[in-house]
Design a protein around this ligand. Structure first.
Ligand code: TYM
Length: 372
């Protein structure tokens, strides 16, 4: 297995060693002790915690201390609207929704249409704005309630964001953003400033309410560089450091790497025709043997199997069933075709329902948007 991998906010590739990332990024593993606290406070553990799909954090224990002391926290997460949403994007949002419900927390959701316009040569402002609306429908379809959810589309909430961002930007030098984000002299100055805009929502609630409010950010670990910068600046501008809880990447349907829109054949979009999804799943990379006979005799390898990963990450809630699938695969009782059919049926069902809720969200979106 290759040891080479890259994880940045703009590029994720290779076979990721998550333990190494914890060391390299200087985060903390999610311990049994923290999970027990969450279980006690929430009454149960979400599958993403039980299965360590959320695996790393910064100050999650501090957020729980505050919560137990009666201080509520806000949740903050977001999306760079450069195209349609795929299942990988939904992964941290499912968990965020659960946190919102269990901890009665407000969610600030940022659509960085400015970032995507600045970063991508092929994306117009109009398209980035169009995808901000389209992607919001997916968020709303997951059940986030308008009373406790605010969507900020950067260029439509620019007054509020900019006023916070300049306070942050004043404490971040060019050499710092070069070191953290790998920016070069050829990077446009919009991108150089942008990290202050992504940092701003961490503090928006504190600014609007005029008192410090703890903030917890659930997201995949690729976004972590932003939080390193933000945590460094927060005390200098009088705010709490934002806390994070980091998830792993949902892989694509091919070999290695995360699910990524740049490889549409290995990616399941929420707007995909459910029949098209069936075809994608049937072509997925599995841990199976080349022939039926060998599979029966030697068994498959669920560790490398994308079909198994999808069950594990998203589609099979029941831990016993997951274990059963794993054992049946390893022993050769279960063939890849059968497994693929089971998964395709689950994804089809999910998409059919999600697409209905997504359409209904068109009438509700105005209730979520923060426009200044
Ligand atoms: P973006 O659009 O690249 O990703 C949106 C969210 O999806 C996560 N993600 C994944 N999670 C699991 N498996 C995958 N295959 C996968 N691919 C993407 C990302 O970690 C992210 O949580 N700059 C950000 C937008 C943003 C943001 C934020 C994200 C603004 N503020 C606060 C998280 C938290 C971006 O372009 O995300």
């Amino acid at each position: 297995m290759s040891e080479e991998f890259t994880v940045t906010p703009w590029e994720v590739k290779g076979f990721i060693d998550y333990d190494k990332l914890i060391k390299d990024f200087g985060t903390q593993p999610l311990t049994d002790e923290i999970l027990e606290r969450v279980r006690r406070l929430a009454g149960e553990l979400h599958i993403h915690l039980r299965r360590r799909i959320f695996f790393s954090h910064r100050d999650f224990d501090w957020i729980l201390d505050k919560y137990e002391a009666g201080e509520k926290f806000i949740l903050y997460t977001g999306r760079g609207p450069s195209g349609h949403i795929h299942l990988g994007h939904l992964l941290p949002w499912f968990f965020t929704r659960w946190l919102q419900e269990k901890f009665n927390a407000k969610l600030i959701f940022q659509m960085t249409n400015d970032e995507k316009f600045l970063y991508r040569h092929d994306l117009s402002m109009d398209d980035a704005l169009k995808f901000s609306y389209e992607n919001s429908l997916d968020l709303i379809a997951l059940g986030f309630e308008p009373e406790r959810t605010v969507i900020l589309i950067d260029t439509l909430a620019s007054k509020t964001l900019y006023n916070i961002a300049i306070r942050i930007a004043k404490h971040v030098t060019t050499s710092t953003v070069k070191a953290i984000f790998g920016f070069e002299d050829s990077t446009n100055i919009g991108m150089m400033f942008f990290p202050a805009i992504q940092a701003a929502p961490c503090f928006i609630e504190s600014v609007l309410q005029g008192r410090n409010i703890p903030c917890l950010i659930p997201a995949a670990i690729d976004q972590d560089p932003y939080w390193r910068m933000t945590r460094d600046v927060a005390p200098k501008v009088g705010f709490y450091k934002p806390a994070q809880v980091h998830c792993k990447f949902l892989p694509g349907l091919g070999v290695g790497g995360k699910m990524s829109s740049s490889m549409p054949e290995t990616c399941i979009f929420t707007i995909d025709d459910p029949d098209e999804v069936y075809r994608k799943v049937m072509n997925a990379f599995t841990g199976g043997k080349p022939t039926r006979e060998e599979q029966r005799r030697l068994g498959g390898n669920p560790e490398v199997c994308t079909v198994f990963h999808y069950e594990y990450y998203l589609f099979e809630d029941d831990d016993k069933r997951v274990k059963e699938l794993e054992l049946m695969c390893r022993s050769g009782q279960l063939l890849c075709g059968e497994c693929k059919l089971e998964l395709a049926a689950k994804i089809r069902l999910f998409l059919t329902e999600h697409q209905k809720r997504r359409e209904d969200a068109r009438n509700a979106i105005d209730k979520y948007l923060y426009i200044d």
